[in-house]
Design a protein around this ligand. Sequence first.
Ligand code: ADP
Ligand code: MG
Length: 159
Amino acid sequence: MFSIELRSLDETAAFGQLLGENLMPGVIVLLSGNLGSGKTTLTKSICSALGVDTDIVISPTYTLVNIYEGKWPIHHVDLYRLSSPDDLDSFDRDDLICDEGLTIVEWPELLETILTSEPQLQIQLQMLENEKRMLEIQAIHHSFDSLFETLTHYERTRH
Ligand SMILES: Nc1ncnc2c1ncn2[C@@H]1O[C@H](COP(=O)(O)OP(=O)(O)O)[C@@H](O)[C@H]1O
Ligand SMILES: [Mg+2]
């Protein structure tokens, strides 16, 4: 587990950038947290690190998934409007999950039923006050040791 207090929008941007630079294709990022906690904002910075114009990174609330072309393809999934896992029946796994690139999922709870052994990072965002956010990351089904070392080093050396 790794946690960091993001003290401003700029710090969220820098942290998202660092994540984007250090994630390998095939990884699924599961983003949990209340409305306004910063899931889409963090997604924009991750995508920016992979060469995607952040203007096109918006919550795919009605379509469930947006696909961006960056260094790798990125599937940006938002399951906020889903009420039951059955609502996913009209999707193939590959519509949602991108094995050749990155998958980033807001409101991931209902997706977790179709995931198995993919390398997953579970990120929890919590609003503290104003621009402050608490971010926690847990690795699931995979070792992310070198990523966690990179993030820990960043946290210790930032100003
Ligand atoms: N440190 C921060 N990190 C992320 N968002 C922040 C931060 N400080 C303020 N905000 C604001 O909080 C809001 C987060 O919205 P958004 O990213 O859409 O949240 P979510 O996708 O979780 O609903 C945005 O208006 C953003 O500008
Ligand atoms: Mg959002």
